[in-house]
Design a binder for this molecule. Structure first.
Ligand SMILES: [Zn+2]
Length: 107
């Protein structure tokens, strides 16, 4: 449940995605890139541990940002959809093209 009324910035945390204030126990800490849809798609390419290593090399744990449970669930669902879309493009489309090329009669 988002905080009603005026939030206390020393006690409450703002979600990086929906920009609402929450109690700290109502979410988790993530690297900021994990929260946006477009970078979740681009983020399919380098493995997650590589991105975490890069983030750690650039900065510190202070790069971690708060995200509420609802946004975290939504982000994971979108990420799964992106990964599925990525593999469909990489596997299914070349397979269809291969079938089309093989079905063309040679002359
Ligand atoms: Zn949120």
């Amino acid at each position: 449940m988002p905080v009603e009324g005026f939030p206390d910035s020393s006690k409450h945390k703002i979600c990086i995605r929906c920009r609402r204030w929450f109690e700290p126990e109502e979410g988790g800490m993530v690297y900021p890139e994990a929260a946006t849809g477009v970078s979740a798609f681009v983020g399919v390419l380098p493995p997650r541990f590589v991105r975490i290593l890069i983030t750690k090399a650039i900065g510190s744990e202070s790069n971690l940002r708060f995200i509420c449970c609802e946004c975290l669930r939504r982000t994971r669902r979108e990420r799964t959809g992106c990964i599925v879309a990525f593999w469909v493009m990489m596997v299914v489309l070349p397979a269809i093209l291969l079938v089309l090329v093989l079905s063309v009669p040679s002359w």
